[in-house]
Design a protein around this ligand. Structure first.
Ligand code: PLP
Length: 384
């Protein structure tokens, strides 16, 4: 059996979404900027996709800009808002994705910005008192993610917006992990900018969008032919946009059914962890994405557990590996930031369920998890 439980890394494309994209990979291949009927056809599909996405998140179509994904959307929000600003201070959290951390480091290094990295508590919730104490008249932007990719904790974005608005500060949220799993209403949320990426919610890779509230002072960071109203030059990825809109529609239409499944699987998995014993569910106990489970097992090496599961056809990721691209394997900075003790952090795996999973797959996973954790613990005992 093959069981994919790594839906925070990427998701499979559902057949109905591939089907909606297919005409734009085949006969309707036109460039959306062309003035003939091929171009018109492509342009119409692009604008319909924009309108669908805007409608789902309660934005206006002209507030949606297509990008190549989450990383690019985050870069546009951070570097694009800083390009023409007199304010030289930005605030983020200690548990952001590199797609936010790295452009902020770039502003610090190249543009002399000051950056504050908000502490988080043991559950991964940002410290709002610290935010109150560091925000001032020189602050341009607060960028805090909506939900964390490793531990699934949901951040208090509405409270952050309230604080920001008192100081005339822009708010950006990286909603890459949240969108499709949390019903987002940008007007209610009150953020100025929001990043999303299609491949995290059953759409294609290499396409995403940034929501930019009307009137937000934001400049482009990519220069060229002036596509996307000058915000993002480059021939538009029409099949990508069509697939992304179809995928987001799928998530919103199936929201309750998916939530119910994820909650049921979470219960099942946590019951098994209780039986196994000596484990931690990292992140907030309730204020979290139900499908993202960061599980730390004492006395086990997370990487060995991940490898053993993989050999049995089950794909999870290690929460303890700093990054698969890093040569130095270390406890993740997210687990460090929440103060998780070394023995649980070293034994952490991330299990993320998705729309394509089945009850049989979850049963197969929990049987293997139980067996392998016990076996690895025994082997550890024999060695020591
Ligand atoms: N932000 C978060 C929270 C993520 O989890 C990811 C991907 O893992 C990204 C940004 C980057 O998105 P993309 O892969 O679309 O560039």
């Amino acid at each position: 059996m093959r069981v994919y439980l790594d839906h925070a890394a990427t998701t499979p494309m559902l057949p109905e979404i591939v089907e909606e994209m297919m005409p734009y990979l085949n006969e309707r291949f036109g460039n959306a900027s062309s003035l003939h009927f091929y171009g018109e056809e492509a342009k119409r599909a692009l604008e319909e996709s924009r309108a669908t996405i805007a409608d789902l998140i309660n934005a206006e179509p002209d507030e949606i800009y297509f990008t190549s994904g989450g990383t690019e959307s985050d870069n546009i929000a951070i570097i694009g808002s800083a390009r023409d600003s007199k304010r030289k201070h930005v605030i983020t959290s200690a548990i952001e994705h590199e797609a936010v951390i790295e452009p902020i480091k770039y502003l610090e290094k190249e543009y002399g910005y000051k950056a504050d990295y908000l502490r988080v508590d043991e559950y991964g919730i940002v410290d709002l008192d610290m935010l109150e104490s560091v925000v001032d008249h020189n602050t341009l932007l607060i960028s805090v993610m909506m939900a964390n990719n490793e531990i699934g904790t949901i951040e208090p974005i509405k409270d952050i917006v309230k604080i920001a608005k008192r100081h005339g500060v822009l708010v950006h949220t990286d909603a890459v992990q949240a969108i499709g799993k949390i019903k987002i209403d940008v007007k209610e949320l009150g953020v100025d900018m929001l990043s999303a990426s299609a491949h995290k919610f059953y759409g294609p890779k290499g396409v995403g969008f940034i929501y930019v509230k009307r009137g937000t002072p934001l400049l482009n960071i990519i220069f060229g032919g002036g596509h996307e109203r000058g915000m993002r030059s480059g021939t538009e990825n029409v099949p990508g946009a069509v697939g992304m809109a179809a995928a987001l529609r799928y998530c919103y239409e199936n929201f309750d059914a998916l939530e119910e499944k994820y909650a049921r699987w979470k219960e099942k998995i946590l019951n098994t962890c209780e039986e196994i014993g000596d484990y931690r569910l990292n992140g907030h106990p309730t204020n979290r994405l139900v499908s993202t489970l960061s599980l730390g097992f004492k006395g086990v090496n997370g990487e060995s557990l991940m490898q053993a599961l993989s050999m049995n056809g089950i794909a999870v990721s290690t929460g303890s590996a700093c990054s698969s691209h890093s040569s130095h394997r270390d406890v993740s900075r997210i687990l460090r930031a929440i103060g998780l003790s070394e023995d649980y952090a070293q034994g952490t795996i991330r299990v993320v369920t998705g729309a394509d999973n089945t009850d049989e797959q979850i049963d197969y996973f929990i049987q293997n998890l139980s067996r392998i954790v016990r076996k690895l613990r025994k082997m550890g005992e024999c060695r020591s």
